[in-house]
Structures are given as C-alpha cells and as structure tokens.
Design a protein around this ligand. Structure first.
Ligand code: PPS
Length: 284
C-alpha cells in the first residue's frame, strides 16, 4: 500500500492497483518467468473492454464448437494468467487472458511466434461498465459516485491502472509482436466479420454451420444465460443482487451517465493524451 486512503483490498505493484482477492505480489513477480506454450494464443484487454466476449469467440473457434470443451467454465478454458485463483501452468487451457500492461506480462508473451489479440473499447463506455462492475464485485471497492470514479479513472488510480497507458503501450510494441487489434464496437457492428478475422488470425477454418453456431453462442443473451459463461458459478466474486456482469452490452451507454460538463472535460483530456493515437473509437 502506497496510499493510506486506498482500501485494504487493494495493493500497488509497479505503481498499478491490484486487488488482494485475485492477485498477489508473489504471483505477479513469478509471472515474468512463466512458461507459455507459444501455440497457445493470448487475449489482452484493459478491464471491461469485451474480454469475456472475445474469450468465448476464441474458445469456440479453437475447439471448433466442441461440446465437451463448452461444458467447461469459460474462465477455466481461458484463465487469467495473473490470477491467484488458479495456476494456469498446472491446467489445460485453450488460451490465456490478461489485463496486464506490456511491462508486466511474462517475457515469453513477447515472442513473435505467439499470437496476441488485443481488444479495445471506447473508454467512455469502459468507464461506465467499470463503474457498475465495481458495485457488484466483491473484490472491488464501491465507488463514491460517478464523478469520483471518473477522476480516478483519468488519473489511472483504478484496478489495472491507466487505460491511456495500457492501450498506448501495447500499441507502441505492435511491430515487435504478432498482435491483432480488435474493437468492441466492431464486434457490435459486425460480429460475423470479427469471428472470421479472428479465425483467420488463429489459422482455423470454420464451415458455415459452425460459424452460425458460434455466432449464436456469442450473443449477449446467450452468454448471459449460459451457466458456463455467466459467472453464476462464482458467487464469492459477485453480488448478483447489486448488478449483473452482463449489464447492457451496448455501445454509447456513456451518454446516459456523463453530464455535458464531464463529457467536455473528458474530451479535452482525451485530446491531450490520445489526440495523435491512430486507433479511433466509434461513438466518442
Ligand atoms: S472483465 O471483467 O474485464 O472481464 O469484463 P469484460 O468482459 O472485458 O467486459 C464486460 C462488458 O462486456 C459486455 N459483454 C458483451 N457485450 C455484447 N455482447 C456480448 N456477448 C457480451 N459479453 C460481454 C458486458 O455486458 C460488459 O459491458 P457493459 O457495458 O457493462 O454491459
């Protein structure tokens, strides 16, 4: 703890906020030397950017829609490498997931043989999604109010640190990595094209029937109702009375939360920090 005002459930490592129910300094430190099979793809995201959605897409593509694989919880098919809840090195998995920044991932993730998919989302919608997520997660502190959360997000004083630094840093290393950047907004606009693009990146061929089946299992409603994807099996992590992991699943919900003044303030910060950034988001 570097700041006595921060709740006890949080700790900082390399300046980034983590939470003790899911992470530990030992785990984060040992991860640098972890061994990952270069044939296992890695999904990287800043929290609330469409991680679970892309986990489901990648998992179904990789198993070719196989029933026995789908009987396993999605978070076990695609474990978070930084989590202390399971040690991915001792379990079978199809892909690995991480919210870590470039500095903190295992060294072997930077091997060009390994395939990385990075999913990004309009940061205003990330803020709104994260704000609500904090209210229904047992491992995160309930925000004081939206304004307070917005300020903390902009300062990077939130779970997994600064959104701005996360995306900028990963993007700046794109030429050294085998990385595919995808946007949540594109998944909303044309999921079929996204699934085809991901399949092609993963070198998997999907016949039309399998593609249709995958698209059907990746809808918001299907994932919300599917016990293998809806997190209902981990009530120790979520308070389902206070909210749902599958909250709205739309783009532009920030318009229902940001005041005009908050939007103007955020836009000026965004322009300052990201004005020259090549990736642009819909609905900003
Ligand atoms: S986490 O906690 O970081 O893993 O969260 P993450 O999965 O990255 O993001 C959760 C948001 O993604 C939405 N979601 C979906 N939207 C559309 N379609 C599908 N299938 C889907 N699956 C997850 C989820 O609803 C969260 O967004 P919000 O805006 O809060 O609804």
């Amino acid at each position: 703890m570097e700041n006595s005002e921060e709740p006890m459930t949080y700790f900082r490592h390399n300046g980034i906020i983590f939470c003790s129910q899911l992470h530990s300094v030992e785990r984060l430190e040992s991860l640098k030397d972890a061994n990952i099979d270069p044939h296992i793809p890695v999904l990287l995201t800043y929290p609330k950017s469409g991680t679970t959605w892309m986990q489901q897409i990648m998992s179904l593509i990789l198993c070719n829609d196989d029933d026995s694989t789908k009987a396993i919880n999605l978070y076990e098919r695609a474990p978070w490498m930084e989590s202390v809840r399971y040690n991915f090195e001792n379990m079978d998995h199809q892909l690995l997931t991480s919210h870590l920044n470039y500095q903190m991932v295992p060294n072997c993730v930077k091997n060009k043989m390994l395939k990385i998919i990075y999913v990004a989302r309009n940061p205003k919608d990330v803020i709104v999604s994260s704000y609500h997520f904090h209210k229904c997660s047992h491992f995160l502190e309930e925000p004081k109010n939206f304004q307070d959360f917005l300020e903390k997000f902009v300062e990077g004083n939130v779970f997994f640190g600064s959104w701005f630094e996360h995306i900028r840093e990963w993007y700046s290393h794109k030429d050294e990595l085998n990385i595919l950047f995808m946007a949540y907004e594109d998944m909303k606009n044309d999921l079929r094209s996204v699934v085809q693009k991901v399949a092609s990146f993963l070198n998997k061929k999907l016949d039309e029937k399998t593609l249709e089946s995958i698209l059907n299992q990746c809808t918001f409603k299907h994932m919300q109702e599917n016990p293998k994807t809806n997190y209902k099996s981990v009530p120790e992590l979520f308070d389902f009375e206070s909210g749902s992991f599958y909250r709205k699943g739309i783009t532009g919900d920030w318009k229902n939360h940001f005041l005009v003044s908050q939007n103007e303030w955020f836009n000026s910060i965004y322009q300052e920090k990201m004005g020259d950034f090549p990736l642009k988001f819909d609905n900003m």
